[in-house]
Design a protein around this ligand. Structure first.
Ligand SMILES: Cc1ncc(COP(=O)(O)O)c(C=O)c1O
Length: 410
């Protein structure tokens, strides 16, 4: 295993910010599932629990006010990170999955009547399929799918080919978690807006990688998860246009989201509280704020340029391996490469790679319709974060060749 340790040296400066790499000799190529956490994020979480922790919003004492300020400061950081126009548009949720469920069951349910249509793309994560199916079933709405082409691209035309006068919502991913395609979300949102169609962008794979400007994209909703943006688990963001969220019914009822409660009637708090019932993930939000600040300090463009370079190097390295097939060759790619190798099952390949300390994800990546489109039941997925480098892909290639030898000897 020491051979990999030596290979990490060129990237030591960046890796040294991530304590996990001190404790584990690992080639970590699974950031699309969850990214590792820099010291600053871990420290900020420890700091709140050790020095500043109390429940927020309702406390009159100093500690509660400090924790409230830290929590609300995190909301301000998120607002700036995605260039929302107001903190009222930033709802803290458990993650992208909860954000999409919230929109599907609150905003959308209100806007969708029997026979209305919702457009998704072929490349969606199950989290951007199933909530819409549940809602469509209740509201007797119809789900339509914009196809991806053989390269893995979902074009503007593919989306709008499906649009009719009944289309109410287009909900699509910014970057496919399964094969890495970047979708032309800005063009799609602009056209949708001109036709009065609501748009939701699943930014799970984009927020850790690209400069996201929700006003420039002009979407109605944008969602992402903290744990993929170098932050903690259990926290995520729903951005929603203020006028739409203000009209929408609450998603869950409970403390914090009310104005006045009697047994006869309840009136609701304003935004964003109306959508944040119960004690929130206080420390998670603060940790997310630190993560986004860490990204901003590095420079989102630097993160993107670095990841793009590493991904391109990774593609060159993997393409040279006989019997390896990269699934999808999209025009623009995020931090993900999916592939199959000979007829070795992805789980066998991933398990053997693990024995060489290489962490990749295997399976359908919660995107079974994507797998169906490309006639595979599963793939191996290598995905990058800011801490990865070319050497990680060289180690992966070396690992794959070792696996091949294991199979030759069977
Ligand atoms: C594109 C995409 N959407 C949605 C999700 C769901 O995110 P979470 O499980 O954090 O809610 C993921 C997670 O892998 C994802 O990659």
């Amino acid at each position: 295993m020491t051979q990999y340790k030596n290979k990490l040296s060129s990237n030591d400066e960046i890796k040294s910010q991530f304590p996990i790499f001190d404790k584990n000799e690992i080639v970590y190529l699974d950031s699309a599932a969850s990214s590792q956490k820099p010291f600053s994020v871990i420290e900020s979480i420890n700091e709140v629990y050790a020095n500043n922790y109390a429940n927020i919003h309702r406390g009159v004492y100093k500690l509660s006010q400090t924790a409230t300020d830290m929590h609300e400061n995190a909301r301000e950081i998120v607002k700036k990170f995605i260039n929302a126009s107001s903190v009222k548009e930033i709802i803290f949720v458990r993650g992208a999955t909860e954000a999409i469920n919230l929109v599907a069951s609150s905003v959308a349910e209100m806007n969708v009547s029997p026979g209305d249509e919702i457009i998704l793309s072929r490349l969606e994560h199950h989290s951007n399929i199933v909530p819409w199916q549940i809602m469509a079933k209740k509201n007797k709405a119809v789900i339509k799918v914009a196809e991806a082409d053989e390269n893995g691209d979902v074009s503007f035309e593919s989306i709008f080919k499906n649009v009719t006068s009944k289309t109410k919502i287009i909900s699509i991913t910014h970057i496919s978690n399964a094969i890495g395609s970047i979708l032309p979300v800005k063009d799609i949102c602009k056209e949708a807006k001109s036709r009065g169609i609501l748009t939701l962008i699943d930014g799970c794979q984009a927020a850790p990688l690209l400069e996201v400007d929700v006003q420039d994209i002009d979407c109605d909703f944008y969602v992402f998860s903290g744990h993929k943006t170098y932050g903690p688990t259990g926290i995520g963001v729903l951005y929603g246009r203020e006028n739409i969220l203000a009209e929408a019914p609450p998603y869950q009822g409970g403390g914090d989201m009310i104005d006045k409660v009697t047994f006869e009637e309840t009136t609701y708090a304003g935004l964003p509280s109306k959508f944040e019932a119960g004690t929130p993930n206080i420390v998670g939000a603060i940790g997310l704020g630190s993560a986004l600040k860490w990204m901003q300090d590095i420079g989102i463009n630097n993160i993107y340029e670095h990841s793009k370079k590493v991904i391109n190097e990774g593609i060159n390295i993997l393409e040279d391996i006989d019997g390896l097939t990269i699934i999808g060759k999209p025009k623009h790619r995020g931090g993900v490469i999916s592939f199959t190798y000979k007829d070795i099952h992805s789980h066998d390949l991933g398990t053997l790679l693990n024995s060489y300390n290489i962490a990749v994800r295997t399976g359908h990546h919660c995107a079974q319709p994507t797998m169906q489109r490309y006639n595979v039941s599963s793939t191996v997925r290598a995905s990058v974060g800011y801490y990865n480098n070319k050497e990680d892909f060289e180690a992966l290639a070396e690992g794959i060749l070792k696996v091949s030898k294991v199979f030759e000897n069977v």
